[in-house]
Design a protein around this ligand. Sequence first.
Ligand code: PEP
Length: 250
Amino acid sequence: MRNYFIAGNWKMHKTTGEAVELAKALVEDLKDGKNKYMIAPPFTALDAVSKVVKGTNVMLGAQNMSTEEQGAHTGEVSVLMLKDLGVQIVILGHSERRHIYKEDDAMINKKVRLALKHGLEVDLCIGELLEEREAGKAEAVCERQLREGLAGVTAEEMKLVTIAYEPVWAIGTGKTATPDDAETIHYYCRSVLADMYGKEVADSVVIQYGGSMKAENAKALLEKPDIDGGLIGGASLKVETFSPIAKFNS
Ligand code: PEP
């Protein structure tokens, strides 16, 4: 049985003070929530937010990390630094990293393996562009991103991996995949995972949906059999828009 996992990606929003304020309000509001929760503030607020979420049911996430453990990599943040701050999970392969910062599957895979080597959970984002969907390639793109992103990851390590299916055309656009369209891809991704790791592992992997998820559409998406949670951008920036999604089933 998979638990629902509702996660907030704050992207490049919130000063430290604002982040602490939002984290405190969420911790209070979600304290009796029955799902798995994560918030991913910007790097600059991780230390302060870490102190707020410590010992609560809200996990601390980071939005990215370097391919390297340490060294001459100006501007990068390493897995060791994240762990030092109490980060428990890292979002990797987000479409903004893939398409704005040109991260490819090989680079994302290097980050995935490094995070897992250090015991960090990984939230691996995959998803097709609009032109890829229109060309009938959505499934093939997601399959490639899964197979290449997870290359070298063992079945045992998959216990630390969440997949987030985020069609790029739905992120921050207000356009959401229909529950049926999203379910089709989630089901396909689970079949790819079954081919890679066997049915038992595939059935236990949480596959989140991301892309303009909000209180109004969350329940219909999350009721689908292969949609196990959400990775939420815009709606994660306020308690009043995130909490109703996080508590959609209470
Ligand atoms: C995201 O960035 O992961 C995301 C899903 O954003 P939004 O909810 O704003 O579409």
